[in-house]
Design a protein around this ligand. Structure first.
Ligand SMILES: Cc1ncc(COP(=O)(O)O)c(C=O)c1O
Length: 423
């Protein structure tokens, strides 16, 4: 088995707690032996994994570098300052807060900093590719704020900017959000800012999904156009599971106050150390190459699926996400994703715009290329995988096909370590 997922060694866990060790071993095997195509997942480097398991987990460092509530924070200050300066350099931001524990808490802090309960938010609906934390009714944000959703143009399946503008004029939101988890196309950030300025709203871009592509300069950046930018650090950005917030000068202090003491307690210093490492990695030319390849791989994969008779939402992708409409095959997202899992290919069922199916059934699947690109897979592999996906999805009840594809997947995965750059 490749060593690329096992640092630091968990020999102590094996000796002390074999039950937990067994689950870890199973997960290592799963990640190595299947094709991971969940668009929001990736394989962090050995250095990121090591940092995330260091003794910084023992340290309380409430506050910010130079202004902590506890003593003994010098090493914590050092690592947090490093993460902040690297994040600012990477994204060309005036200010970075690297303490949010996750993408959702980053968004909560931004809501807290910019609004009072009952204020109005204008955001992309979940059904159109948005995110729960932007104000879905089951989310806390949906209960505490007045959420107005914009959607997509029915013909193009692209954001309907005219509708965004008219809703903004009608509802005068305090916060306008763009970004989501299943929107495969580029976003016109300048247009959003124009609309926000016209109605006096704060403009937030949640680049959780595509921040790695921005860092790698493979797609345009929202940073120059947004008052505030939130992100996760574990998707295309390939760092530890966590979040960050970038702001202009104006929002630096209110955001810092909202993250701590507004929302969180002590920061996860071990994860901040891992973020510093990931930002350092993302500053390299190799990461720029990687980001471009992620997009190229998604485009090739999409082309193959179209050749096989499937339809892509919006007709294609500019990013790492391919959103597939399965209705030509008369198959649901739920059945397709389950059949693919049996065949060793991990994706998720996903609503397509204007989906006639229920949320837990759906007519689509979302497929992403960040993780397999980290394994070193390129166009040839994407062509093969596109063919395998179509084979399985055509008839999700065909167990013999799932079995034969599973064997092909095992052959493929055996040839690629999790990280091509860490054999
Ligand atoms: C656009 C967007 N924002 C926020 C999040 C939430 O991130 P987390 O799972 O780290 O809370 C996600 C995660 O899927 C996301 O896609």
């Amino acid at each position: 088995m490749s060593q690329s997922l096992t640092p630091p060694s968990f020999d102590t866990i094996k000796a002390q707690d074999p039950t937990v060790a067994e689950a870890i071993t199973e997960e290592i095997t799963r990640q190595l032996s299947t094709l991971e195509m969940i668009a929001s997942e990736n394989f962090a480097s050995r250095a990121v994994l090591e940092a995330a398991s260091t003794v910084f987990t023992n340290k309380y460092a409430e506050g910010y570098p130079g202004k902590r509530y506890y003593n003994g924070c010098e090493p914590s200050d050092k690592v947090e300052n490093l993460a902040i300066s690297r994040a600012c350099e990477l994204f060309g931001a005036a200010h970075a807060n690297v303490q949010p524990h996750s993408g959702s808490t980053a968004n909560q802090a931004i809501f807290f900093a910019t609004m009072k309960p009952g204020d109005t938010v204008l955001s992309l609906s979940l059904a159109s590719g948005g995110h729960l934390s932007h104000g879905h009714r089951v989310n806390m944000a949906g209960q505490f704020f007045n959420i107005i959703n914009y959607g997509l143009n029915k013909d193009t399946e692209l954001i309907n900017y005219d509708k965004v503008a008219s809703l903004a004029r009608e509802h005068k939101p305090r916060l306008i959000i763009t970004g989501g988890s299943a929107y495969p196309r580029l976003i016109d950030f300048a247009k959003f800012r124009e609309i926000a300025d016209e109605v006096g709203a704060v403009f937030l871009t949640d680049m959780a999904h595509f921040s790695g592509l921005v860092a790698g300069k493979a797609i345009p950046s929202p940073v120059p156009h947004s008052h505030i930018v939130s992100s996760t650090t574990h998707k295309t950005l390939r760092g530890p599971r966590s979040g960050i917030i970038l702001t202009n000068e104006e929002w630096a202090k209110p955001i810092d106050k909202a993250v701590f003491p507004g929302l969180q307690g002590g920061p996860l210093v071990h994860i901040i150390a891992a973020k510093a490492i990931a930002f350092g990695e993302a500053l390299t030319p190799a990461f720029q190459e990687y980001s471009k390849l992620v997009i190229r791989n998604a485009q090739v994969l999409g082309e193959v699926l179209v050749e096989k008779g499937l339809r892509l939402v919006s007709g294609g992708t500019d990013t790492h996400v391919v959103l597939v409409d399965l209705r030509n095959y008369k198959v649901t997202g739920k059945d397709a994703a389950n059949a693919l899992e049996h065949a060793g290919i991990t994706v998720n069922k996903n609503a397509i715009p204007f989906d006639p199916e229920k949320e837990w059934i759906t007519s689509g699947i979302r497929i992403g290329t960040p993780a397999l690109t980290s394994r070193g897979m390129k166009e040839d592999e994407m062509r093969t995988i596109g063919g395998l996906i179509a084979e399985v999805v055509k008839d999700p009840s065909d167990e013999a096909t799932q079995k034969s594809v599973r064997a092909r997947v095992s052959e493929m995965t055996a040839q690629f370590p999790l990280r091509a750059d860490e054999k």
